[in-house]
Design a protein around this ligand. Structure first.
Ligand code: J2J
Length: 530
């Protein structure tokens, strides 16, 4: 396994193989067999473009050869920041085939996040688009390249400016050695951690299993049509079964710009979409607008997850729209529980369903790490055939984020129902969950502390009617108190993604502290919510 990653212990790896979870399948081969046997079959749709399996396979092979000609090879890290476009899929396949490792950044990330990802992984290349909504990513690329010695290449979709156009990364296909399926295939970003964003190594074996098992759980096969309305760089839309799962089973993936109802409903009708994924805040919006826009969503399977789902909302979309809702508890780190489309609707409304794998081991523990009684609330810890054993290149962090016997401490508070369904009841990790978008409180606090008017700061969640939670910064100012606008501008100037900017500012003369001297966020939260 790549240096800096933590392998599964031999006995467990052998068990996962013997049980048929890990089958030596490589992500490099996604779509290949379909390209050979049914090349005209539609793999991807965006706007009016349709890309066949044959075409996708050829383009991935040509891009792999082109990247190789640029000196990119096995185990090289490549930071990929692309929206839901065909190029994202071609590039990932090309990198898998080369044995190079995509590091999947989100489209919303900016200089702070991209700079960290490039530096931490010692990336050799960064792939992005020319601009989004007036923001020039080539400028960001130039800044990051200037400060990252490893970064040799920048490839751009669109006008490349001083860099190389991704469309020109193209060469006659060359034979390439197959990657080792037990090795890392790519990196996902963790949604919740202290300090800087952590990287999750996913292996070919473990992700191929996730693709297979989630497709089976959703009843998704070759006739399926998956709508990617969330960013494809996120685990939920990439691999549950998502876009990569669609390619694995020979289905079609439709790449949308966003889950906004006008675009999504049009695509659902035109492409006969059978499965999609949403974060909870979009459900009421879809329910409000479906009758207005005359959309027929009956029978559509919608995977919802990532944040708290209100039972009333679940009930409403099931009743009014005829949607078959499945409720997901997922983490980019690997563990997944979900309800199945044929389960009674109450299950999706009130629980996050059953484990994906019979060999997922879940332990619910108290503050001292002791297992709680059946049905009691505690922190969810987990190990299993899709769950990582360590984040990339952070041994000290891993030492306290995993138990000595390799269980990941999820930071989520849960209980199990007597019939074996998970119920998420809260969280102990310091993350604000803005309707599924995760804002790591510690990262924002560190940036805010650099502001000259901020003496002390605590970032925490406050309830929000639409998103479930929003981000509040509680600041103890120095002489002149800053305004919310000033702090947001300051963070934007420091290159922080817009979704991490605080929504609300509270000024205090002091922060409450616990007996051990930490900021008492529980007391602050209660005060702010009250
Ligand atoms: C409450 N909190 C939830 C749920 C995740 C599918 C769907 C979502 C994600 C995802 C994903 C929740 N109710 N139903 O990777 O494959 C919170 C928990 C969890 C964190 C993980 C997938 N479902 N959460 O959201 O890596 O706090 O993955 O630890 O972004 O989201 O976030 P992330």
């Amino acid at each position: 396994m790549l240096d800096g990653c933590v392998s599964w212990p031999r006995e467990l790896a052998e068990r996962y193989r013997a049980q048929g979870y890990w089958r030596g399948e490589s992500l490099a081969d996604l779509g290949r067999e379909w390209a050979r046997t049914d090349p005209e079959r539609v793999a991807l749709v965006t706007g009016d473009r349709r890309v066949s399996y044959g075409d996708l396979d050829r383009r991935a092979d040509r891009m792999a050869a082109g990247l190789r000609a640029h000196g990119i090879g096995r185990h090289d890290r490549v930071v990929v920041q692309l929206p839901n476009r065909v190029e994202f899929v071609v590039l990932c396949l090309a990198l898998f085939r080369l044995g190079a490792l995509p590091v999947l950044a989100l489209p919303a990330h900016r200089r702070a996040e991209i700079g960290h990802l490039c530096a931490h992984t010692e990336a050799v290349a960064y792939v992005t688009v020319d601009q989004v909504q007036g923001y020039d990513l080539r400028k960001l690329a130039a800044d990051v390249r200037a400060e990252t010695p490893s970064l040799r290449e920048v490839f751009v979709v669109g006008d490349p400016g001083e860099f190389t156009a991704l469309s020109e990364v193209d060469a006659e296909p060359v034979p390439l050695p197959a990657p080792d399926p037990s090795d890392v295939a790519f990196f996902l970003l963790s949604g919740g951690s202290t300090g800087l964003p952590k990287l999750i190594p996913r292996t070919h074996d473990d992700y191929a299993y996730q693709l297979r098992a989630t497709a089976a759980a959703m009843g998704f096969g070759p006739d399926g049509v998956y709508l990617a309305a969330l960013p494809v760089a996120h685990n939920a839309a990439l691999g549950c079964p998502g876009v990569l799962g669609a390619l694995r089973v020979g289905a079609t993936a439709v790449l949308a710009g966003s889950p906004s109802p006008d675009e999504a409903f049009r695509l659902i009708a035109r492409e006969r979409v059978t499965l999609t994924t949403l974060m909870p805040p979009f459900l009421p919006l879809w329910a409000d607008l479906a009758p207005v826009l005359g959309a027929d969503l009956s029978g559509l399977v919608v995977e919802v997850g990532g944040a708290n789902l209100s039972p009333a909302v679940a009930d409403r979309v099931t009743r009014e729209l005829g949607i078959r809702l499945t409720h997901f508890f997922g983490m980019a780190e690997g563990p997944i529980c979900c309800t199945r489309p044929d389960d009674p609707p109450e299950l999706a409304a009130h629980t996050q369903g059953r484990a994906l794998s019979a060999d997922d081991e879940f332990r619910v523990v108290d503050e001292d790490g002791r297992q709680v009684a059946a049905g009691e609330v505690g922190e969810l810890t987990v190990r299993g055939p899709t769950t990582l054993r360590g984040y990339y290149r952070v041994p000290e962090y891993n030492a306290h984020t995993f138990t000595p016997d390799g269980f990941l401490r999820t930071g989520d508070l849960v209980r199990w129902t007597p019939t074996g369904e998970l119920v998420v009841v809260g969280r102990i990790k310091e993350v604000v969950n803005r309707g599924g978008e995760k804002v790591p409180a510690g990262e924002v606090e560190e940036h805010l502390l650099a502001h000259p008017a901020v003496r002390e700061v605590a970032v925490l969640a406050v309830p929000d009617r639409v998103l479930g939670e929003k981000t509040c910064a509680v600041v103890v100012p120095r002489a002149d108190a800053p305004t919310l606008g000033q702090l947001r501008d300051f963070l934007t100037d420091r290159g922080l993604a817009a979704y991490k900017l605080p929504d609300r500012l509270e000024l205090r003369t002091a922060l409450p502290h616990t007996a051990v001297g930490k900021v008492d966020k529980r007391a602050l939260g209660a005060e702010l919510a009250g």
